[in-house]
Write a protein that binds this ligand. Structure first.
Ligand SMILES: [Zn+2]
Length: 302
């Protein structure tokens, strides 16, 4: 019934699709088989504040005042998104230093927030850096070495805004179709490259297409390379709207949304910033704000 199902079938049936998908970004399938998020306490309802961006490290410029914000949003044909509540002190997801890594596609929280993740790294549109610099919407970036290595620098100003870089393999393979040692090199080599380039080791891993996420083999491969969780998604942004796994086609608190660094070739002429503006509008019209995924995840005790 779902496009997810058909995509999955194609992914498994046609090896060449992996190459096609590499050119166009992630498949949309995979999240549907996600295990439920690990049991965790609800984050509770925090009091809204000036937004997550207002609590940067010392020396970080304060965000523009509300009036300035409205102008910034208007520039992108948007109304200001409601600021996210303060990050929960008690993180709904608590990662362990060793052992099986959890697999999740949403975060258990009553906060009226969703999380945006952006994958692969193909489109490197300077306008998108400008947009995020102005709007300060938090994102998480799952980057594929072979797709970003021609311009690692593009992602550094996005990282400097507080956004985290996460692991998405070296060459974007269908993980269940490759042997364990190849899985390991795909994850470990991306981990090493991203750590070297961005100065911090990815904590999270996303398999291309969501494939193999719940297999013990992939879980073991992830464990051997450093990431401590496998992150899937509930919605997948297309060009103007999301594809929903839920039958009611509505966002839920804590949903993780998949998007891609894509440009006009993949978006039927739309730009990355137009796609992202449409994504924010879809989130806003459903009454959600955007929070930072890593603010809801407690890293392992060191
Ligand atoms: Zn991908």
């Amino acid at each position: 019934m779902s496009r997810d199902g058909r995509s999955r079938t194609r992914t498994y049936a046609v090896g060449a699709l992996a190459l096609l998908a590499l050119a166009t970004g992630c498949g949309d399938n995979g999240g549907g088989t996600a295990a439920p998020a690990p049991a965790g306490t609800s984050a509770g309802v925090a009091q809204p504040t000036g937004g997550a961006a207002s609590t940067g490290p010392a020396g970080t410029p304060a965000p523009a005042p509300a009036a300035g914000d409205a102008a910034a949003w208007a520039k992108w044909n948007l109304k200001p998104l409601a600021p996210a509540p303060a990050p929960p002190a008690d993180k709904p997801v608590k990662l362990e230093r060793t052992g099986t890594v959890p697999v999740f596609s949403d975060i258990k929280t009553s906060d009226k927030v969703v999380f945006i993740t952006i994958d692969d790294g193909a489109e490197k549109d300077p306008k998108f850096v400008e947009m995020l610099t102005e709007l300060k919407v938090p994102i998480s970036m799952f980057l594929t070495k072979d797709i970003v290595k021609n311009d690692y620098g593009y992602f550094k100003p996005l990282q400097a805004l507080g956004n985290h870089i996460q692991n998405h393999t070296v060459s974007h393979p269908v993980m269940s179709k490759i042997p364990p040692e190849k899985q390991k090199s795909e994850i470990c080599d991306d981990q090493a490259a991203l750590t070297q380039q961005y100065g911090t080791a990815p904590l999270l891993f996303r398999p291309p297409f969501g494939d193999g996420a719940n297999t013990p083999t992939l879980n073991t491969s992830v464990q051997q390379c450093g990431p401590r969780a496998i992150v899937l998604w509930r919605e997948s942004m297309q060009i103007h709207d999301m594809q929903y796994q839920a039958a009611d086609k509505k966002l839920k608190s804590g949903d993780i949304i998949l998007a891609h660094f894509r440009g006009p070739k993949e978006l039927k002429g739309a730009t990355m910033t137009q796609m992202f503006a449409d994504l924010l509008a879809r989130i806003q019209e459903q009454g959600f704000s955007v929070a930072r995924l890593e603010d809801y995840i407690q890293p392992p005790a060191s």
